[in-house]
Write a protein of this length. Structure first.
Ligand code: MG
Length: 258
C-alpha cells in the first residue's frame, strides 16, 4: 500500500476543484424531474465541465479488471442500481418517485475530486425518503469521524452505527478510497470497521467517503454492460459521497459549497 499525502498547495487546488464539482452536481440535481433523460444529464455535465476548463475523470477510464473504458463522464444509477450506471448507452427516462444517484469525478488542474448525490424524482415514498436521510446521515457521521490521529476504522464504525439501526444495509464490500492524483488511490475506506483499527488518519490524507445503502439485503451483482452494479434483491439503493482532506485541526470537505 502506498498512501500519497497531499501538500497544502495541492489541497487548495482540490478545494477549488471541489467547489466547481459541487456546483455542477447542484446544477444537475436541479434538472432532475419526471421525463428527463439520463442522457441529458450526461450532456449537461460535459458542457458544464468543459465550460470551466476541467475534465471528467470517469470518461475513458479503465479500472483494473475492466474489459473496456467507461464511456461516460457521469455515473447515473437509478433505483436498484447502486453505482456505475452508464447514462449514454441505454438512456433512461426518469419517472416520478425514482431514486437517482449522480456520481462525478472531476479533474481540475490535474487533481481529482470524487463526489456523489442521490436525488428523488418528484416526491418520494416514505421508504425512499428515509433511505436518503439515513445514507446522508451516514456520510455526515463518517466525515465527523475522519480526524487526525484517528484510524480508517473509525470512519466505517461511525457509518455502520448510523445504518445498522435503520434496518437498511450497506452494500457489501463496496468502499471509499484515497483520491487526488488519481480516481482511486490507497487506502481503502470501508463503510464498516472497528474504531481504532486500520491506517492512521494523518494531515494531508485525502479520501473519498461514500456510504452506499440498500433498503434490502447487502448483496449486489454487475450487469452485462460490465459496469452497472445493482442490488441482487432488486431493492433500492442510495449513495452520498464527498472528498475530504484530513488537516492538522480536523478535516475539510473539499466537494462542498457550504
Ligand atoms: Mg468514489
Amino acid at each position: 500500500m502506498t498512501i500519497a499525502l497531499k501538500s497544502d498547495k495541492e489541497i487548495e487546488i482540490l478545494r477549488e476543484g471541489g467547489r466547481r464539482h459541487a456546483a455542477i452536481l447542484k446544477a444537475l440535481a436541479d434538472m432532475v424531474e419526471p421525463g428527463l433523460s439520463t442522457l441529458t444529464l450526461e450532456e449537461e455535465a460535459r458542457r458544464l465541465i468543459r465550460e470551466e476548463g476541467d475534465k471528467p475523470a470517469h470518461l475513458g477510464y479503465t479500472p483494473y479488471g475492466a474489459s473496456r473504458p467507461f464511456p461516460a463522464a457521469l455515473c447515473v444509477s437509478v433505483n436498484d442500481e447502486i453505482v456505475h450506471g452508464i447514462p449514454n448507452e441505454v438512456p433512461k427516462v426518469l419517472k416520478q418517485g425514482d431514486v437517482v444517484k449522480i456520481d462525478l469525478s472531476l479533474i481540475h488542474k490535474g487533481m481529482f475530486t470524487d463526489s456523489a448525490i442521490t436525488v428523488g424524482v418528484g416526491a418520494l415514498d416514505d421508504e425512499a425518503q428515509q433511505l436518503l436521510e439515513v445514507t446522508k446521515a451516514a456520510l455526515v457521521a463518517g466525515i465527523a469521524a475522519a480526524l487526525p490521529g484517528g484510524k480508517i476504522g473509525d470512519i466505517g464504525a461511525a457509518i455502520s452505527a448510523v445504518v445498522e439501526p435503520s434496518g437498511f444495509s450497506l452494500a457489501k464490500d463496496l468502499v471509499g478510497h484515497g483520491v487526488g492524483y488519481k480516481i482511486h488511490e490507497d487506502p481503502y475506506v470501508p463503510n464498516v470497521g472497528k474504531k481504532g483499527t486500520g491506517e492512521e488518519l494523518v494531515p494531508g490524507l485525502v479520501i473519498a467517503i461514500e456510504p452506499m445503502v440498500n433498503t434490502g439485503k447487502p448483496g449486489w451483482k454487475t450487469l452485462p454492460d460490465g459496469y452497472t452494479i445493482s442490488t441482487k434483491d432488486g431493492s433500492r439503493s442510495a449513495h452520498f459521497e464527498h472528498t475530504v482532506a484530513i488537516t492538522e485541526k480536523g478535516n475539510i470537505i473539499l466537494t462542498s459549497n457550504d
